[in-house]
Design a protein around this ligand. Structure first.
Ligand code: D9A
Length: 413
């Protein structure tokens, strides 16, 4: 849908979208003067859009550490993703990456577009890294080392079982959760979160990405990338790529729903992790991606378009989440709403319907027990309904005027 069409359909998006535009303009003006830091922050803006805005609100020292951590991880990812690098070249780079970040002029050319610039000019990232405090150095080094080793392991191995799937997601995303918790702790603003909760924060986001990106990953050139575990898809089709063929759409959607149901396991841990944060900026930084994830899962569930193109949250809805997420009550409200939306999409004939519903009900119970739902003023879905009825009233008024005008004209004949 074109952006004008989207806006006409969701007039409620106009204000948050304008606000987002202004926040983005403001953030771009805040880029620091030192060339290496300027490089890091402009890179961050280019590769992460909305996420960069939320990072921007963190306390300066922590913000710098998170910015560098993010870019180091993106660089590691660029090496892992580049299918044109031969395995015997790639594996040693992944394994030694935690040492390269201490090297003033190390770089390795790979990736495309913005990622190529990041890789070619990586010395800016290492120079900025070297200026961070000791606590931040240790956290970033430790996570980079463990992630690089995990990625190397999975270059040679496919994701077969659900345990493999959880292990792979741990390396590429769960460890990010662990690393961020360490950075928050090093800043003195938060207690150290338990590793299992930090891990779940990453798994929930990563599994959502893997579900949403099925088509993009399977169509990857020169070689498709497969992250959906065989243990799940083999119940529905013989080959993972069969899911995209039109004749298999019933099986494909059942498999998709199975994958979403698997991701829902992590909801409870995510709510627990978020409920224990104290600093409001750190809270927003952590909560926004989680709400986007459950929103994306709600859009993907039972939706055959996952196998035909991209299913994403509307930009306007993203902008709303960005502005409306301030407290834990907002998180409970959003999780509750998106769980409702998911529940309404569950078809009793789906092989996993009972499991899906029970996971959603468990999450809704946590939201209800928090007591947040009674006192909230507005939230995403109800808000939308309110604006839609305003639009219907307006339309009605407009039609009445036209009708009155026409009948006045007729009587004058
Ligand atoms: C995150 Cl430092 C990520 N990943 C994300 C973004 O959120 C997490 C990569 C590097 C960092 C952080 C994130 C944010 C806050 C708290 C977290 C956390 O843990 C406590 O990570 C677990 O997706 C990537 C991984 C999932 C692999 C970890 C959010 C983000 N959003 C994109 C939108 C998109 O669709 O990818 O990057 C964006 O805003 O552009």
């Amino acid at each position: 849908m074109g952006s004008l069409g989207a806006i006409l359909k969701h007039p409620v998006d106009i204000y948050p979208l304008l606000k987002l535009k202004m926040a983005a303009k403001h953030a771009e003006k805040q880029i620091p003067p030192e060339p290496h830091w300027a490089f890091c922050y402009s890179m961050l803006h280019r590769v992460s859009r909305s996420f960069a805005l939320v990072i921007q609100q963190l306390d300066t020292e922590l913000r710098n550490a998170v910015c560098i951590f993010y870019l180091v991880l993106r660089a590691l990812d660029t090496v892992e993703d580049d299918t044109s690098i031969p395995t015997d070249v790639k594996v040693p780079i992944l394994i030694a990456f935690h040492r390269h970040i201490y090297d003033h002029d190390w770089h390795f050319s790979c990736g495309t577009k913005d990622y190529k610039v990041l890789m070619d000019q990586f010395h800016n990232v290492s120079n900025a890294f070297l200026e961070l405090g000791k606590g931040y150095h240790e956290a970033i080094e430790d996570i980079t080392k463990r992630m690089g080793a995990g990625m190397a392991k999975f270059i040679l191995k496919e994701v077969e079982s659900i345990d493999d799937y959880d292990e792979y997601c741990h390396y590429v995303a769960g460890l990010v959760g662990l690393g961020l918790s360490k950075l928050f702790h090093a800043s003195g603003l938060e207690d150290l979160a338990p590793d299992s909760l930090s891990n779940s924060m990453g798994l929930f986001l990563q599994k959502t990405n893997i579900i949403r990106d099925y088509l993009e990953d399977i169509n990857e050139i020169p070689k498709s990338r497969m992250f959906w575990p065989r243990e799940i898809w083999s119940k529905y089709v013989n080959k993972l790529e069969d899911l995209k063929h039109e004749g298999n759409s019933v099986k494909a959607v059942q498999c998709l729903n199975d994958m979403v149901t698997n991701a829902l396991i992590h909801m409870d841990d995510c709510l627990k992790y978020l409920s224990e944060l104290r600093d409001p900026a750190i809270f927003r930084f952590c909560a926004i991606p989680q709400i986007m994830a459950i929103g994306t899962l709600a859009m993907c569930y039972n939706n055959v378009n996952v196998f035909r193109g991209v299913v994403k949250m509307r930009r306007g809805l993203t902008a709303q989440v960005l502005h409306q997420t301030k407290t834990m009550d907002d998180v409970y409200g959003a999780f509750f709403d998106f769980s409702c939306m998911l529940k309404s999409k569950v078809d009793n004939s789906d092989p996993n319907a009972i499991k899906t519903l029970s996971r959603l009900e468990a999450a809704q119970k946590s939201c209800r027990e928090s007591g947040a739902l009674n006192k909230r003023k507005s939230y995403i879905i109800r808000n939308e309904a309110k604006y839609n009825s305003v639009l219907i009233v307006l339309l009605f008024v407009l039609l009445s005027i036209i009708f009155a005008y026409l009948s006045a004209n007729r009587s004058s004949y």
